[in-house]
Design a binder for this molecule. Structure first.
Ligand SMILES: Nc1nc2c(ncn2[C@@H]2O[C@H](COP(=O)(O)OP(=O)(O)O)[C@@H](O)[C@H]2O)c(=O)[nH]1
Ligand SMILES: [Mg+2]
Length: 390
């Protein structure tokens, strides 16, 4: 049997040395970490000492060998540093306990230790177990792979090395990293000082997403709670605006909703409501795939000249549909996004993906049919919180 002791900077290097010199059959008998060198006791360097053996496995005796190594360990390490020291061969006949099993267990432990070291390595491109778990969690929320990987990678790099991280710490870091690419929310802000002319906000988007309901929530919030003078105009060239719905909105605001059916009527109506603080303009749903309808809407919006155009997207739509809708409405010079019907989904990845990808800031989330309560400012922290829900 051959026994050798190897000293190296780390366990991987030691094992590579052992493999090169003693072959794949070599077994590890003993490992020990120690510090050496430095000046006046400072700046000591850490080394690992690994004792390995080959051949004669059957009768290998753990105890005498161990004693021998322990004696050897007393030898000043400067003599053995980075050089393998040949130890005398020991032979004996004692049989129990089965040393092979002990060796195998040791080797297994060393391999586990090595793979753990590799997993904790800062090279996270391969995503160790924790990273894979986090990615899976975000994938279940339908977060796009590239967004998820960016957040998870940053999280793994920020986690304290070696120590097993606590779930709380992981969640905290992941939340911060998910929030990073999100733009600040842009809700409507009306100054308290009297403005020369009213602020005009228009709402566009596919049919049934909740445009009218959302505008009703905003109109009633600003008129009833913020005490602003609010006018509500509906552009309804298709005569489909629900009379009952408009009547309710008018009653909440205390002023009737103006319905216009032509460009000229819009111009006239706008001139009549110039003494208000805010003018909300609702549009009837159109198919974004119908270019004639989109062109018509564009003409109306040009006359209205709104300060902001909100595009309403329903959270129940698919991510790829959302992207198509945004692209189709781009030409109308939309400036902000509203996500409706958050209460009807449990998957928030699509909103997150759009928020990351789109150049438009988010303004509001709507969370139910209630007017005016079911609306909130689209806070990025809230979105991250929804994504992190398990
Ligand atoms: N669950 C839920 N329903 C909503 C929400 N917003 C609007 N709705 C409902 O969606 C339906 C269509 O809304 P509406 O405002 O008429 O959509 P529009 O065609 O885009 O104007 C109505 O039944 C609304 O009550 C919301 O945030 N959550
Ligand atoms: Mg409507």
């Amino acid at each position: 049997m051959r026994v050798k002791r190897f000293v190296a900077n780390d366990i991987q290097t030691a094992i590579t040395k052992i493999k090169n010199e003693m072959g794949n059959d070599a077994v590890i008998l003993h490992t020990r970490y120690f510090k050496e060198g430095g000046i006046l006791g400072f700046f000591k360097k850490k080394y690992v000492e690994v004792t390995a053996a080959t051949e004669g496995r059957n009768n290998l005796l753990q105890r005498p060998l161990k004693q021998l190594y322990d004696q050897q360990n007393i030898v000043p390490l400067s003599r053995v540093q980075s050089q393998a020291v040949e130890l005398p061969i020991v032979s004996a006949v004692q049989k129990t306990p089965d040393p092979l099993a002990v060796e195998l267990a040791d080797m297994k432990a060393a391999i586990t230790q090595m793979s753990e070291l590799l997993e904790n390595n800062s090279d996270t491109t391969r995503f160790p177990k924790l990273g894979r778990d986090l990615l899976l969690r975000l994938k279940k929320q339908e977060v796009e792979e590239k967004n998820a990987e960016r957040a998870v990678k940053a999280t793994l790099q920020q986690l304290p090395p070696k120590r097993k991280p606590q779930a709380e710490k992981i969640n905290e870091l992941l939340s911060v990293n998910l929030a990073k690419p999100l733009k600040k929310s842009k809700p409507i802000i009306i100054k308290n000082t009297r403005m020369k002319k009213p602020k005009i906000y228009a709402m566009v988007g596919p049919t049934g997403v909740g445009k009218t309901t959302t505008l009703a929530k905003l109109a009633s919030t600003f008129s009833v709670i913020e005490r602003k003078k609010v006018a509500f105009i509906t552009i309804d060239t298709y005569r489909i605006a629900a009379a009952e719905q408009l009547k309710v909105i008018g009653e909440i605001m205390g002023t009737p909703v103006i319905v216009v059916y032509s460009l000229a009527q819009l111009q006239e109506s706008l001139a009549e409501v110039l003494d208000n603080d805010i003018i909300f303009i609702d549009t009837a749903g159109r198919s974004h795939k119908n270019s004639a309808q989109m062109e018509e809407l564009k003409n109306y919006l040009e006359i209205a000249g709104p300060d902001e155009i909100f595009l309403a997207l329903s959270c129940t739509a698919k991510y790829s549909d959302m992207l198509n809708i945004i692209a189709a409405y781009e030409d109308l010079k939309i400036s902000r996004l509203i996500f409706t019907k958050l209460d009807e989904t449990s998957y928030y990845g699509a909103i997150y993906n759009v928020a990351c990808k789109s150049k438009y800031p988010l303004s509001y989330f709507t969370t139910g049919q209630g007017i005016p309560d079911d609306i909130e400012v689209a806070d990025p922290a809230k979105l991250v919180q929804l994504l992190m829900k398990e």
